[in-house]
Design a protein around this ligand. Structure first.
Ligand code: CO
Length: 208
């Protein structure tokens, strides 16, 4: 995909939008009120809005390698705070995906330089669920399971923030743990009950 092609595509897209509604961009410019905060992987194959069929203005998006939520990631924390407090999103979804390169890298014994601390947080997830993961003999199955457990842990990291704890308790926001199956294109809801998770979490992570 070359740069000229991108601009050509953009012109076509603008014309297509304006042919249906000549005030389309003027309306977009008025403001946004998305109901969903999407936290997903930067992987070029996992296109957030497209896989959800979302239109511009419907989803607030944050992406990084392996859909991580770290309390030391100022960007992630800012996105969460802005989405919950200002935009008042009703749903926070963490979306992992099978064949995630970041998760794969964290399963390997290799020095990745500046990426080491990023992958270490995924290795921490592995260590946390080591008993379960070590029982899985098939490597692909283990890899898929780590993708799922990583999504669960990142949702828990979302719940560790005071902003989300307050909004969650007032039932203003719901947390969802999803995996996108790259082999079928389908979104899978892991169906984790975060009320139960929160109950357990609060013993350690209570912030108010
Ligand atoms: Co990925």
């Amino acid at each position: 995909m070359n740069i000229e092609k991108i601009f050509e595509n953009n012109r076509k897209w603008v014309m297509e939008k304006l042919s249906k509604d000549d005030e389309y961009f003027e309306k977009l410019a008025i403001g946004q009120s998305p109901e969903v905060l999407y936290i997903g992987c930067s992987d070029s194959r996992v296109t957030a809005e497209k896989l959800m069929g979302a239109k511009p203005g419907e989803v607030f998006v944050y992406r990084n390698i392996a859909n991580m939520v770290s309390s030391l990631d100022f960007s992630a924390m800012s996105v969460i705070q802005y989405a919950v407090q200002q935009l008042k999103v009703k749903h926070i979804v963490v979306v992992g995906h099978y064949q995630c390169g970041g998760v794969k890298a964290a399963m390997k014994s290799k020095d990745y330089g500046i990426l080491n601390p990023w992958f270490r947080t995924i290795r921490d997830v592995y260590r946390h669920y080591e008993d379960e993961l070590e029982l899985i003999v098939d490597e692909k199955e283990k890899y898929d399971r780590l993708v799922e457990l990583n999504v669960k842990e990142q949702c828990i990291n979302v719940l560790k923030t005071s902003i989300v704890q307050k909004a969650y308790r007032k039932k203003e926001v719901k947390i969802h743990s999803w995996v996108w199956d790259i082999h079928s294109g389908r979104l899978i809801d892991l169906g984790i009950d975060f009320d139960k998770v929160l109950e357990h979490l609060m013993k350690v992570y209570h912030l108010d």
